[in-house]
Design a protein around this ligand. Structure first.
Ligand SMILES: [Zn+2]
Ligand SMILES: [Zn+2]
Ligand SMILES: [Zn+2]
Length: 362
């Protein structure tokens, strides 16, 4: 981010002795004549107009003012001796500077109603045009309502109690389910039927679309359409860049003037393009299946631009017992080959009806 100066504006300060609001550049109070104390901060003016006077701009740029170590009066940052008492300013303390006061208030401020006489005054006024009282702008937003005193103390609401009961019921149900699932029985099963299926993917080179910056597109690719998109940011104006700036805001310079600045950056644009490259893509699948104990791969007739891809195989066996039947999926061809229809096996079956182990029946 680059900070750009838009210009300078007057800030304000409020006299702690007489409540008069004074223009920032003014070092002594308009109401009582007292100096601005070091601990009285500058405030943002309700309406900010950019200063055009060359001498004022020079004062705004001169850096924070210095408070006299002898009489506390504010003096310009470049002064060597105090304008009020003549004392040397070498040991004086510079005012704080660089703090963000708020978003630049370029528009007109809402009128201020005098709390003493009720007259309406333009938003930029510091004192009432009717009675001369100091005007403080009304707070911009109301504070969010705080909880009423004596509100119900945090405790267990009926909904929370219901939640606790529900959780307990769920817990018991889960324990019961696990116990049920772990209940095992041994049964003799006979192989009623077997089945197998084998699949081979058929692949061919097909154009597949991708997207990238133009200089990243592979040389052998076929270029599609391109459009300009933001690729990066830059602090400097470079080829094909657009400056983008944030909302202007006011910084306290410590001199009674605010510096209105804006954070800017250059968005750099580039061509982002679609392109295609030939890639092996699944275009078909050859499938073979059967009900014997000798599975086979499907017969393939590949075209000249095709190749065989991924191979998968699945096996299934159905056992019948005295009172039920159970499906089972052997892990591989060797295991599958053993389940000859009619053969007998000792099955361990869990509470969910799944076969957990199989041994030859003696
Ligand atoms: Zn005063
Ligand atoms: Zn002094
Ligand atoms: Zn008034």
């Amino acid at each position: 981010m680059t900070k750009k100066t838009i210009g300078y504006v007057h800030m304000l300060w409020t006299c702690p002795r007489c409540a008069t609001r004074n223009p920032g550049p003014q070092k002594f109070c308009n109401g009582c004549g007292g100096p601005q104390p070091q601990d009285v901060a500058f405030e943002q003016a309700p309406e900010e107009k950019l200063v055009t006077d060359v001498a004022e701009i020079a004062r705004a740029k001169a850096g924070p003012d210095i408070h006299c170590p002898f009489c506390n009066a504010r003096n310009p940052g470049i002064a060597k001796f105090c304008g009020a008492c003549g004392g040397g300013l070498a040991g004086g303390k510079a005012r704080d500077s660089g703090k963000v006061a708020g978003a630049f208030r370029s528009g007109p401020a809402a009128p201020i109603v005098c709390t003493r006489c009720g007259s309406s005054n333009p938003g930029a006024s510091l004192k009432c045009s009717n009675c001369g009282a100091s005007l403080a702008p009304a707070p911009a937003e109301a504070q969010p309502a705080s909880p009423a005193p004596g509100a119900r103390p945090a405790g267990r609401s009926p909904i929370m109690i219901l939640g606790i009961i529900a959780a307990a019921v769920c817990g018991l149900a889960a324990i019961g389910f696990l116990m049920f699932a772990n209940r095992k029985t041994e049964q003799i099963g006979q192989v009623a039927s077997v089945g197998w299926e084998r699949r081979v993917a058929i692949e061919a080179l097909r154009p597949v679309e991708h997207k990238d910056w133009r200089d990243q597109v592979p040389a052998e690719a076929e270029l599609g359409s391109c459009r300009q998109e933001q690729r990066s940011t830059s602090q400097e104006p470079i080829f094909n860049s657009v400056e983008v700036c944030g909302t202007p805001y006011t910084l306290d310079t410590g001199s009674g003037y605010g510096e209105v600045v804006q954070d800017c950056v250059y968005e750099v644009y580039d061509d982002r393009c679609t392109y295609t490259l030939p890639e092996w893509t699944v275009v078909d699948t050859a499938v073979a299946s059967g009900t014997g104990n000798l599975p086979a791969w499907p017969a393939m007739s590949l075209a000249s631009d095709e190749r065989a891809g991924e191979q998968t195989q699945t096996y299934s066996v159905v056992f019948v017992t005295a009172n039920d039947s159970y499906g089972y999926a052997p892990a591989n061809e060797a295991e599958y080959a053993g389940y000859v229809p009619g053969s007998q096996w000792l099955l361990v079956i869990n509470g969910l009806g799944a076969i957990t182990s199989i041994e030859p029946a003696r």
